[in-house]
Design a protein around this ligand. Sequence first.
Ligand SMILES: Cc1ncc(COP(=O)(O)OP(=O)(O)O)c(N)n1
Ligand SMILES: Cc1ncsc1CCOP(=O)(O)O
Ligand SMILES: [Mg+2]
Length: 231
Amino acid sequence: MTDFTEEELALDPRFADQFERGFRPACKLYLISPPAIDAAFTDRLAAALDGGEVAAFQLRLKGIDDHAIARAAEPLQKLCADREVAFIVNDSVALAKRLGADGVHLGQSDGDPREARSILGPSAQIGVTCHDSRHLAMEAGEAGADYVAFGAFYPTTTKETRHRPEPSILSWWVTLFELPCVAIGGITAENAAPLVAAGADFLAVSSAVWSHADGPGAGVAAFAPLLATKG
Ligand SMILES: Cc1ncc(COP(=O)(O)OP(=O)(O)O)c(N)n1
Ligand SMILES: Cc1ncsc1CCOP(=O)(O)O
Ligand SMILES: [Mg+2]
């Protein structure tokens, strides 16, 4: 499949409602959990949220079943609700529904965003992984996603990745579409500036926060100067 040209896009009525460019709020932090957590993690999440503004928290646990994730989710979801941080479940629409989560993040093999919408309803935040593909991002927008995620922008040990977009995919996206875009993959406070400058609406980060030498609060705080100044 080939990418659409800008001319095709502009003429295609399917994309008409995505084509307007309106006001974009400043870039925000989207915190991703470590792939495994222990009983102390609720306190670590509280410390992270104490460090500065976090727009959303994604529970991304790997290698355990949905029942175990649901048990782990309870105090974390409550903490997020208390702090007005959106609570997003990774991978599973069924689990997002069961927990009454604010949304779900779907990879390309995690299910259809249209089906997710029909199950979770109009107010759910549905995000879709689009790797380095303009085509996948436009498809996700067409399917009703609330954000598209590009990455991995930098090397990461959190996940095995095969795609390495350039920051220009973000500027291309924000020039054409209102739908928010998320940048993910190996992002730190030290390397994030080009992604913010390119127009990322959200920086999705995991190890930069959870592995910060001075703790997760300092990990979140380190991003504050970048996020205050979206160009
Ligand atoms: C915000 C955000 N972007 C991308 C991903 C990756 O999703 P996926 O490709 O399904 O890989 P896993 O995270 O499930 O390993 C994400 N989780 N969140
Ligand atoms: C889930 C995911 N998807 C693409 S890269 C990545 C890992 C993000 O974690 P980190 O910020 O530690 O690289
Ligand atoms: Mg997934």
